[in-house]
Design a protein around this ligand. Structure first.
Ligand SMILES: *[C@@H]1O[C@H](CO)[C@@H](O)[C@H](O)[C@H]1NC(C)=O
Ligand SMILES: *[C@@H]1O[C@H](CO)[C@@H](O)[C@H](O)[C@H]1NC(C)=O
Ligand SMILES: *[C@@H]1O[C@H](CO)[C@@H](O)[C@H](O)[C@H]1NC(C)=O
Ligand SMILES: *[C@@H]1O[C@H](CO)[C@@H](O)[C@H](O)[C@H]1NC(C)=O
Ligand SMILES: [Cu+2]
Length: 405
């Protein structure tokens, strides 16, 4: 436990020492935000633990302190644990798909089953009432596949954007391109135009620099990985949106491209962005809108900030984004922030009126019913079973038994 906080603190101090200017009031303020966030995370952990102690969960197979799993930040994993995670992901990428070719001809591997399901449902799982619960269960099912089908013994690690906002992505142990990273940047393509998000919406777009790569990932465990599915709606440089004319579920083998974009991480997913998302919203509608960014405001939130920090293909394609294996570290952190927010008011924010808001379609377009606790989420050929949203509101109830450190 202490190790995580010590690591984070040490990293933060290291980033200050790495030839950066002496701490100004601004960097001190950032330091405080990181520390404050850790306090909220610790409180969530303590409350979750106390709940499990107090309920003395007697249901057979129920979550208890003895089977509680702890998801940790990438830096808190030992070298052996990082290697085990990476090997399990590569294992999933080597097993044949369960999706029939008639449903998604491009889904070739078990890893692709998850990508195909996400592509298929994108319009009904983002800017919707089920956004958080859908992605919580999706990430958990992926973790379960790593464990059950690939012998992984660990838990799903997460990417703390507040840390990479300080160190820079390419300097982080997640993206430094070493053998124990999630691979590094794509090959640098000079002269790329800016990324323009939402240009066709009629609202003010968001401009992002093109990032430091653009080409195929050249280092680390996933440099030879083949991306099979998509693109569906890839934001490419110059405001171009690329779609595979054969359809996003067709077979379109290509390299994994990245273009690490520190600007996106630092401008939208820094420590103070995470902290304000944790402390300000008083209901889940405001929470999930702040996280995804209110269109037209120029802010893409911590969710967009992390996604677009990866850049490349499929990183900049909302539909196909799980095709970059770093997706699951990003969504681990999304889920962690939701959990920290929920645990401030565990009763009302998991099961009360403020816990589930929004409708069943992307920004309610086309208009649809409000999402309810009795609605199901399902994952097609990737995994199952379908579950009611009310089963997915707590990380220590329903199918789940995990917390974050
Ligand atoms: C996409 O969703 C539809 C409707 O639920 C389903 O019939 C189809 O099998 C799904 N395809 C994939 C590839 O998951
Ligand atoms: C990475 O660290 C080096 C110092 O080791 C520093 O000069 C560089 O600016 C850092 N990169 C980013 C993107 O912050
Ligand atoms: C941190 O993120 C917020 C948005 O969440 C932004 O307004 C602020 O400018 C960012 N800070 C820095 C130093 O970029
Ligand atoms: C849908 O939810 C909103 C609040 O999130 C509420 O104001 C509205 O009345 C609900 N609509 C229906 C039909 O229940
Ligand atoms: Cu998603």
């Amino acid at each position: 436990m202490l190790f995580t906080y010590t690591t984070i603190f040490a990293l933060h101090m290291a980033s200050l020492a790495l030839g950066k200017p002496a701490p100004t009031s601004l960097s001190r303020a950032k330091g405080r935000d990181i520390d404050t966030l850790q306090t909220y995370a610790q409180e969530a952990y303590t409350k979750a633990q106390a709940e499990l102690e107090n309920t003395g969960n007697v249901k057979r197979g129920a979550c208890s302190l003895s089977n509680l799993r702890i998801r940790r930040e990438w830096n808190a994993l030992s070298d052996g644990e990082k290697k085990a995670y990476i090997d399990a992901v590569k294992c999933l990428q080597s097993k044949p798909a369960l999706t029939p070719a008639s449903a998604a001809p491009g889904a070739k591997t078990r890893f692709d089953d998850f990508v195909g399901t996400h592509i298929n449902q994108t319009q009904t799982i983002h800017y919707t009432g089920n956004f958080l619960s859908w992605h919580r269960y999706f990430t958990w099912l992926y973790e379960e596949a790593l464990r059950g089908e690939c012998g992984y013994q660990g838990t799903q690690p997460y990417w703390d954007w507040a840390l990479t906002a300080e160190t820079g992505l390419a300097n982080s142990t997640i993206f430094d391109g070493s053998d124990l990273s999630m691979s590094g940047d794509g090959a640098f393509i000079p002269g790329q135009a800016d990324i323009v998000l939402g240009a066709s919406s009629g609202l003010p777009p968001i401009y992002l620099p093109p990032g430091t790569g653009g080409g195929c990932v050249t280092s680390g465990p996933f440099k030879d990985m083949v991306v099979n599915l998509g693109p569906a709606a890839l934001d490419a440089p110059g405001g171009v949106v690329v779609t595979n004319p054969e359809g996003p579920l067709a077979h379109n083998p290509r390299c994994l491209r990245r273009s690490l974009t520190d600007y996106s991480n630092r401008a939208f997913a820094n420590a103070s962005s995470v902290l304000s998302n944790v402390v300000e919203p008083q209901n889940v509608y405001d929470f999930q809108m702040q996280m995804q960014g209110v269109p037209g405001t120029g802010d893409m939130g911590i969710h967009g900030g992390g996604h677009y920090a990866l850049g490349g293909d499929p990183g900049r394609d909302v539909y196909t984004s799980p095709g970059d294996p770093a997706f699951y570290l990003h969504h681990g952190m999304i889920d962690r922030v939701w959990w920290i927010w929920q645990m401030q008011e565990p009763a009302s924010r998991r099961y009360g009126d403020v816990a589930l808001m929004g409708t069943n379609t992307f920004l309610d377009s086309p208009p649809s019913a409000n999402t309810t606790f009795d609605d199901y989420v399902d994952y097609g050929y990737a995994a199952g079973p379908p579950r009611r949203i009310k089963e997915l509101m707590s990380t220590t109830d329903g199918p789940f038994c995990y917390v974050y450190l």
